[in-house]
Design a protein around this ligand. Structure first.
Ligand code: SF4
Length: 418
């Protein structure tokens, strides 16, 4: 069919490996947390009242901050909101206000790749933990709403997202935070997404987020197969999540929010094959939803911090193929894979594939859309899955030099027009 084929065939594991195979991606087991560090005990016992913005600093005792009065927000959102100084490589701002519920006892799950996981209470207060490579300052929710409500139409933010964590108060506090937002900010001006925690949610909870004005509902499946899920966020690491419950809530989201208004987060490179993750992408599209992709990065302090980041060639192949399935109508069964599950043919004629690569959008961060285009995510998560020196998800439109690098990583050495 005259398609571009990926020609490289290095070994599956070890030096020169061009993908993270299942056998190579075993998390280390969590250690026991001393009694006096469990459940945020010392933060609650010291009961230091919070004052305004709290910037993570592991040398201090974190104050006693609790949602819904307090939420954490990404460093990029704090810079964009003007409550923190700083610059981001290649970006003037972020387009998504990512919020995270906060409690001294933190998330009660123990996901192996996550900086917020429960085992970290042994050495770091919840409010001081890194998450997707960055710090998350804590801020009174009312202060955030007041800043954005001054002129929502003119805001840099194209979307707001509430990230739930695994905590008994997570649902009720999500409703309160959502209502606090929609009481003062028209969700038509800045739509809201929910990044859910299925483990403690019912179908009624999903419905309530819709009734309160949420626009998109996402499920952080994170793992692409039941085996990887169980190993990284279930029994394998003493964590409570179940693959079946995540799919149940995903189905609820499909029913309640409807086509194009639900999706799943997937981390690429935790031991699944490219064929497996792209079949999942196709399944989500066939349901009427989207996939939001993250490149595995060994988060400092996590149970997978000793493991390799996803090789860029694996990541680029999946990133490109996922974009073709999600936005260009290509089906996974039109693609060809080798016996290790790697993409060998993207299922498009050479010229068409060249055009998609050269446009660059396929390599931007994926997530819920903003106000530019349906296939350009508001949730740009600057450097959430890579350092700026070796970008995985581009939080900006890739330039010519970026596209040349991307083509080298894809092993598709076609001339980029100048
Ligand atoms: S449930 Fe979410 S926040 Fe909690 S440890 Fe797992 S990935 Fe991290």
């Amino acid at each position: 069919m005259g398609c571009i084929e990926n020609k490289s065939t290095p070994a599956a594991n070890g030096p020169g490996a061009d993908f993270n195979a299942f056998e190579a991606m075993q998390p280390r087991p969590p250690e026991k947390t001393p009694m006096d560090r469990r459940n945020g005990k010392h933060v609650k016992a010291n009961d230091i009242p919070p004052e305004g913005v709290y910037l993570p600093n592991n040398n201090f005792q974190a104050p006693h901050m609790v949602s819904p009065e307090y939420v954490q927000l990404s460093t990029a959102a704090a810079i964009t909101l003007g409550i923190m100084g700083g610059r981001m490589h290649g970006c003037e701002c972020t387009r998504c206000l990512n919020l995270l519920l906060t409690y001294p006892e933190g998330c009660r799950a123990n996901c192996a790749y996550c900086g917020l996981a429960r085992h970290r209470e042994a050495d770091r207060d919840y409010a001081d933990r890194n998450f997707i490579r960055v710090d998350w300052p804590a801020v009174p929710m009312a202060e955030i709403v007041d800043i954005v409500a001054k002129d929502p139409e003119a805001s840099d933010f194209h979307r707001m997202c509430i990230s739930m964590i695994t905590h008994p108060r997570s649902e009720d506090d999500t409703f309160t935070v959502l209502k606090q937002w929609t009481d003062k900010i028209d969700p038509e001006a800045i739509p809201v997404s929910i990044l859910s925690n299925p483990t403690t949610m019912t179908r009624d909870d999903v419905q309530k987020t819709r009734d309160l004005g949420a626009d998109i509902f996402t499920v952080a499946l994170d793992a692409a197969t039941p085996e990887v899920f169980d190993r990284t966020r279930g029994k394998g690491v003493q964590s409570p999540h179940k693959w079946s419950k995540y799919w149940e809530v995903l189905q609820d989201a499909k029913d309640i929010f409807g086509t194009e208004k639900f999706g799943a987060h997937i981390i690429v490179g935790m031991g699944e094959t490219e064929n497996e993750v792209l079949n999942l992408v196709q399944e989500l599209v066939d349901m009427g939803g989207h996939s939001h992709m993250f490149c595995f990065f060994p988060e400092q302090g996590s149970l997978m911090d000793h493991l390799p980041a996803t090789p860029r060639d694996q990541w680029r192949r999946v990133q490109l193929a996922r974009y073709l399935i999600d936005y260009r109508g290509v089906r996974v069964d039109q693609m060809r894979f080798d016996d290790l599950g790697r993409v060998k043919d993207f299922g498009l004629p050479t010229g068409e594939l060249d055009d998609v690569i050269n446009e660059g959008v396929a390599f931007r961060t994926s997530g819920c859309p903003g106000k530019f285009r349906d296939d350009i995510s508001a949730c740009d998560r600057p450097y959430g899955d890579s350092p700026p020196s070796d970008i995985a998800s581009y939080p900006f439109q890739p330039k010519k030099k970026d596209l040349k690098k991307i083509r080298r990583q894809l092993d598709i050495p076609v001339h980029v027009e100048s």
